[in-house]
Design a protein around this ligand. Structure first.
Ligand SMILES: Cc1cc2nc3c(=O)[nH]c(=O)nc-3n(C[C@H](O)[C@H](O)[C@H](O)COP(=O)(O)OP(=O)(O)OC[C@H]3O[C@@H](n4cnc5c(N)ncnc54)[C@H](O)[C@@H]3O)c2cc1C
Length: 432
């Protein structure tokens, strides 16, 4: 049985690694890695925005350590929220100490009230309700709502909340109280410790996997999948036959390529929504801050929602006494991103918060416009996915990964999904 893996990002590479044989892997770009590629430029190494490894399951950490060998370091997160012109340790809800007393009171009392109510109320209908029900009015009003509105670029009422618990740390009352008193020592959240290659950027992980799979057919962009005669057509003119497909390309793109696609399924595909991310990487010829890893920005200005100091993950990402920075802006795909004067705007915002550099300190600029940044958990998503998955299964196609599965997921999840997809086919292989 010949399996065609479409896309050589982390999910596709992990599928290939676990399948071991009888597959081919096709990638549209000239190099594999998808969002986990790194680019070397003028002495700096840039990832596509920030890409840090964190693990919920030790098995996956061991797997990555085997791939990276000595080239893997554990790092204690040092992340912040920029709030009322000062830096508050992340997450906001656990570090209220030192803020204006009225605000602390509002956040603390609101949190307690919400916790009491939550015991009697059922599930929240939408993400905005979830925020109020989980954190109370104060934390919602001052941080959660403005930050998430800025990030998702839409009413939070139009999103559901099933994904939120996995990504947003929810403390206990005691933890919020300790945070307000300034006596909290705990580090919160899924990424309180992260792992990162000592050198080479996150691409090192891709290289570790790449060397353990069959040669990847790069510059092979799928443009059509004919399900009747199980044939894949590539932009370069080549055509191949397949028995089964593991697709890791964005689900919306897959839908556009399948021919013929029944009308009902087309309708289900049309329900999928996403936001895009514009990432600017800057190489600056001076040290800016030796410790901070990344910072969240809930206010309207600056217009980026997060910035990071990548050279604090690994000093090898920048030359000596220089800093590698990244900035992330989200935007709706229906409106193009306004890039006017973007570098100067970034420079001024940085200087205003203490990361001071002049125009001529900028050694290099690298930009990534990520069309499919985050898949949206709209209310129609779950039902549409059920319909699409059933149909794809009937045609021998398994779509998985962050964009293939249309979900909010991490690199660890990509590795797991690749493993799971391989198992599905290995089971079939054994049964036949
Ligand atoms: C801004 C941002 C920051 C992130 N930060 C982190 C982080 O810190 N930690 C973390 O764990 N995760 C992070 N992630 C998530 C992480 O990037 C993903 O979970 C992971 O890279 C998904 O891998 P994938 O293989 O599923 O998808 P992709 O990396 O998108 O791979 C899909 C592959 O399919 C290829 N492809 C697409 N169309 C075609 C076609 N027509 N024909 C052939 N090939 C095609 C693409 O070129 C690509 O190589 C972040 C994501 C974003 C957007």
């Amino acid at each position: 049985m010949k399996i065609a893996i479409l896309g050589a990002g982390l999910t596709g590479l992990s599928t290939a690694y676990h399948l071991k044989k009888d597959y081919a892997i096709y990638e549209k770009e000239s190099t594999p890695g998808g969002l986990c590629r790194s680019l070397k430029q003028d002495g700096f190494t840039f990832d596509i925005a920030g890409h840090l490894l964190y693990f919920r399951d030790e098995e996956n950490l061991f797997f990555v350590q085997r791939l990276l060998g000595d080239n893997c370091a554990a790092v204690n997160r040092n992340s912040w929220v920029r709030f009322q012109k000062r830096f508050i340790p992340y997450p906001f809800q656990c570090h209220l100490h030192g803020l204006n007393k009225t605000l602390v009171h509002e956040c603390l009392c609101g949190f307690k009230k919400a916790k009491e109510k939550l015991c009697v109320q059922g599930a929240s209908e939408n993400f905005e309700e979830w925020i109020y029900a989980t954190f109370g009015c104060g934390i919602a009003r001052h941080f959660m709502i403005p930050y998430n509105r800025k990030f998702w670029r839409m009413s939070l009422r139009s999103l559901e909340a099933s994904w939120a618990k996995k990504w947003i740390p929810v403390p206990t009352i005691k933890e919020v109280e300790e945070g307000a008193l300034g006596i909290s020592e705990k580090r919160f959240g899924y990424n309180s410790t992260f792992w990162y290659p000592r050198q080479g950027g996150i691409q090192a992980l891709v290289d570790g996997l790449k060397s353990r799979v069959v040669p990847i057919e790069t510059s092979h962009e799928v443009v059509e999948i004919s399900v009747r005669d199980r044939r894949i057509v590539f932009k370069n003119g080549r055509e191949v036959r397949y028995e089964k497909i593991v697709s890791t390309m964005p689900l919306l793109e897959l839908g556009r390529m399948i021919a013929p696609l029944p009308e009902g399924i087309k309708k289900a595909f049309s329900k999928l929504r996403y936001i895009s991310v514009y990432n600017v990487n800057l190489g600056v010829k001076k040290p800016l801050d030796p410790c901070k890893h990344w910072i969240y920005f809930p206010d309207r200005t600056p217009s980026f929602y997060r910035m990071g100091l990548a050279s604090n993950f690994s000093r090898k990402l920048a030359p000596l006494n220089a800093t590698a920075l990244y900035f992330e802006f989200s935007y709706l795909p229906s409106r193009s991103f306004n890039k006017n004067n973007i570098i100067e705007k970034i420079r001024r915002s940085c200087s205003a918060m203490g990361f001071y550099f002049e125009k001529n300190d900028i050694a290099t600029v690298q930009v990534n416009d990520i069309k499919y940044g985050y898949c949206l958990y709209t209310k129609e998503r779950a039902l549409a996915l059920d319909v699409i998955r059933d149909y794809l299964k009937s045609e021998g196609i398994l779509s998985c990964g962050r964009y293939g599965g249309w979900q909010y997921s991490s690199m660890e999840d990509a590795l797991i999904e690749g493993h799971r997809s391989a198992q599905v086919f290995l089971k079939e292989r054994r049964a036949s």
